[in-house]
Design a protein around this ligand. Structure first.
Ligand code: HGY
Ligand code: MN
Ligand code: MN
Length: 414
């Protein structure tokens, strides 16, 4: 097969996986659903074609393992199988397909590696179905909080029940913890989800660090009233309070270098055209490459919520529902990946920080982590128009192949 063919082969498998989706625009594949089950079947077929031994672990992570010499630590690769609602066909899942194809390529060349390699497809990185995420990598790292099994999706189904209905045994999660001495490291390839590489005319970039993230649930309660008879000065309008807080978050982030703040969801009750909103519930997400900056922003915006609520006579309940610290990538892996990518490029590969979070963020609690980014069309992601050209995916497979070959000579370090 020519190099071009490998990119086309990646697209073939990603087309099949994109069909494992709820009906509608783009790809919607949430964890522990029929769509997830369908994707597992396609990934199993691909992994077995590459000669990997495949199994599903208790967290719903599909693991394809290429055996190596006995008792050598394994290199772990992969990403997540789930998508956001009406998302793209590359986010996460491309990071499972490309390493499998890199292993398939080595196998076709008759090359073997002096260490085992595993490719993992984690069930849930996006945290779209349940207000938690990264259960798969957290289980491997021993950092999963079993209390999260009680969290419910929009239909009120607890995570525990969703897993059991999927045929999994959540009580086996603690047993998934890996012995760090048996893990060489973790390397993930993922589309950049931004425009930097495409604008620099680079197919592949090296990730230096992954941003930290925290999410808050904020509930404001006022008093529903008739929109035509309740005078403005007597209203306790919960949505107006939520709007003021949303603008406060936007203003703080616009004025603070490196800080990102987003109100991504808002539920209003009673939600009638002619009723003053009595209740508003919003999610506030804060990101920054620096944990102290992020934490301070969380405190500042929580204080702002209290000030807005008391001035407007609104009830307030706030909860920080999710935290993920910023993650530096391993300097050794960065160096080794840079050589692999540079071998394919005339110049030093672009290095960049990730504003998106990834499975690597949780894997860092287990082992050294590294990431490659691929360019993507116009930086679009979390959208049906998300696209990674086949030629770029071919460069990604080649970089992974070169990385594995480099490790062949020096598996002691990454
Ligand atoms: O939210 C993120 O950054 C990732 O896409 N889950
Ligand atoms: Mn995503
Ligand atoms: Mn992703």
């Amino acid at each position: 097969m020519t190099e071009t063919d490998w990119g086309a082969l990646a697209q073939h498998w990603l087309d099949r996986l994109a069909a494992c989706s709820e009906p509608g625009h783009g790809v919607t594949r949430l964890p522990f659903t029929p769509e997830h089950r369908a994707a597992l079947a396609v990934l199993t077929e691909l992994m077995e074609q590459a000669g990997l031994a495949v199994h599903l672990d208790a967290a719903g992570t599909l693991i394809g393992r290429l055996e190596g010499p006995e008792d050598r630590p394994a290199l772990l690769m992969g990403s997540h199988q789930d998508s956001v609602r009406e998302g793209g066909a590359y986010d996460g899942i491309m990071g499972v397909v490309l390493p499998v194809l890199a292993l398939m390529k080595l196998r076709q060349k008759g090359l073997t590696l002096p260490f085992p390699v595993e490719v993992l497809a984690f069930a849930d990185e996006e945290g779209v179905r349940f207000p938690t995420a990264l259960m798969g990598p957290r289980a491997l790292a021993g950092t999963f909080d079993m209390a999260a099994l009680g969290l419910r999706d929009h239909n009120g189904i607890p995570l525990r029940r969703a897993m059991e209905d999927f045929g999994l045994n959540p009580d086996a999660l603690p047993g998934l913890r890996r012995d760090a001495s048996q893990v060489l490291g973790w390397v993930e390839i993922h589309l950049e989800q931004g425009p930097v590489l495409e604008m620099a005319a680079q197919d592949i970039g090296i990730v230096t660090s992954i941003c930290g993230i925290e999410r808050h649930m904020i509930n404001l309660t006022g008093k529903a009233a008739h929109a035509g008879t309740m005078p403005m000065h007597l209203r306790r309008d919960a949505l107006a309070g939520a709007a003021e807080l949303t603008l406060a978050a936007e203003t703080l982030a616009r004025e603070t270098d490196g800080l990102l703040a987003t109100v991504g969801t808002l539920q209003v009750r009673p939600g009638a055209v002619n009723a003053v909103p009595g209740e508003a519930t919003l999610t506030l997400e804060i990101r920054a490459p620096d944990d102290a900056l992020r934490e301070q922003a969380g405190v500042t915006l929580t204080q702002a919520a209290h000030e807005i609520a008391s001035r407007r006579g609104l009830g307030l309940v706030t909860a920080r529902t999710y935290v993920q610290p910023a993650t530096p990538c391993s300097p050794q892996i960065i160096e080794c990946l840079s050589k692999s990518v540079a071998a394919g490029n005339r110049e030093e590969p672009q290095q960049l920080a990730s504003g998106a979070t990834h499975d690597s963020s949780a894997m860092a609690a287990l082992c050294p982590v590294g990431m490659l980014f691929t360019a993507c069309r116009e930086g679009v992601s979390h959208h049906p128009d998300e696209h990674v050209p086949a030629a770029v995916m071919s460069s990604g497979i080649k970089a992974l192949e070169r990385y594995l070959m480099q490790l062949q000579t020096s598996a002691s370090h990454l």
